[in-house]
Design a protein around this ligand. Structure first.
Ligand code: ZN
Length: 416
């Protein structure tokens, strides 16, 4: 996630060019029918952050141009998205007992909020705990809600909390976000590497995730952490929302050799649509300053009501007008997807577009437009079988491997 606490709003140009040519790139009927047949899961939905926003309703159709939100029930239906991993994101804060306790409480509240969303709309959403739940829930005509953790900071130094989150339904966990923490190194900490990979606590965290049956997620983690996760984890590793360094050199993206190692160990890269990781962005200091001042004036994005959000978006757009910046497009996103497919093949590639976390590009502004990804893949010659793997088969394969590797109650007792 990049959007929470408005961080992503700083980096990403607000979408506004949609509409004038919305029909020009509309997917064809055959491609659309195929898209509807597929089980489609996105592995990184930052939508839970919106659930806390005053006046924001998952059942109402929102407009990304008005409130920047990209996922709600009506747009999941119109975009043919069956569901995905709904992230419990916590920004990295102070590594103190007080900071950790605050983060723990916030993360627990987010987990509860996701479960309340499902409980409030039991005919529309259902919690998924196992890989096999996903197709069954979709067959019942509902949206699939897996839970995941982005940033292990809320665990503090208490790995027993991982079991608490498992019991709340979490089946995927990534150790870090933008900054190094007590579990390991981030790919983007300006201070550099603190641990040269995972910390000793981070290594125990890997073992505990394996024992509980959680997928380990290396998005946001440093290259060293990715290497060590592949080495240490008993089960395949996922990059839930990442890009290809060979296409655009950014610390959040992964080089081809590592992608090959990831794939050789059974892992998957799910491609992110966050513009700053797809193409070179502007470094204009005046633009940066204007955005920072705007955000300082409005404060926490997710505490803003609808009117304040609309005002913010208008002012944000004025800044884009005053200090123009290049904006990534669907072509740029697909360049990363196709590169990953070329390097590791359709058994190791999926989609984690970072919706509501800074994702979205010209031509792919919200979840309602994901049939365009299917259309592009078909046009490039990928088969229905390939698309089924890309849209959900690969991540469910990893989840099944994690379920199969989980020690049974009897073997856990024997080990005790
Ligand atoms: Zn993220």
């Amino acid at each position: 996630l990049q959007l929470a606490t408005s961080a992503g709003v700083a980096a990403t140009t607000v979408g506004c060019r949609r509409g004038h040519d919305a029909s020009a790139g509309a997917p064809g009927d055959a491609s659309r029918r195929l898209h509807e047949r597929l089980l489609t899961l996105d592995t990184h939905l930052d939508t839970p952050a919106n659930l806390a926003s005053p006046g924001w309703d998952i059942m109402r159709r929102h407009d990304v141009r008005v409130d920047l939100s990209q996922v709600d029930y009506p747009r999941m239906v119109s975009g043919g998205l069956d569901g995905g991993f709904w992230a419990i994101y916590t920004p990295q804060g102070p590594r103190t007992p007080e900071g950790e306790a605050r983060a723990r409480d916030e993360a627990l509240q987010t987990a509860v909020r996701i479960r309340e969303m499902v409980a409030s709309h039991p005919r529309r959403f259902e919690i998924a705990l196992r890989a096999d739940d996903a197709p069954a829930i979709a067959a019942r005509g509902k949206r699939v809600v897996f839970l995941s953790i982005e940033n292990g900071y809320p665990l503090g130094h208490d790995l027993t909390l991982l079991r608490t989150f498992y019991e709340l339904g979490v089946r995927m966990v990534g150790p870090v976000h933008f900054l190094d923490n007590d579990l390991g190194d981030s790919s983007t900490d300006p201070k550099g590497k603190e641990w040269q990979g995972l910390s000793p606590l981070g290594k125990r965290f890997v073992a505990e995730a394996n024992r509980l049956g959680m997928v380990l997620d290396a998005s946001h983690a440093s290259d060293d952490v990715l290497d060590q996760l592949i080495d240490l984890s008993k089960t395949p590793v996922i990059l839930s929302h990442s890009g290809c360094k060979a296409v655009f050199d950014h610390p959040r993206n992964v080089d081809d050799d590592r992608l090959r190692r990831l794939a050789a160990s059974g892992g998957v890269i799910q491609l992110n649509s966050l513009g700053d990781y797809l193409i070179a962005s502007t470094k204009d200091p005046l633009r940066k300053q204007a955005v920072e001042q705007l955000m300082a004036r409005y404060g926490s994005w997710h505490e803003l009501g609808p009117d304040a959000r609309a005002r913010f978006v208008r002012e944000r757009r004025d800044i884009d007008g005053a200090y123009p910046a290049p904006r990534a497009t669907l072509d740029d996103f697909m360049r990363h997807v196709f590169h990953a497919l070329q390097v590791v093949g359709p058994d190791h590639v999926g989609i984690g577009a970072d919706w509501d976390g800074g994702g979205g590009v010209v031509g792919l502004e919200d979840v309602g437009e994901i049939p365009r990804i299917t259309e592009r893949l078909l046009a490039a010659g990928y088969s229905e079988d390939d698309l089924a793997k890309i849209w959900s088969g690969n991540v469910l394969r990893i989840l099944r491997a994690v379920e199969a590797a989980k020690p049974t109650a009897a073997s856990a007792d024997a080990a005790r």
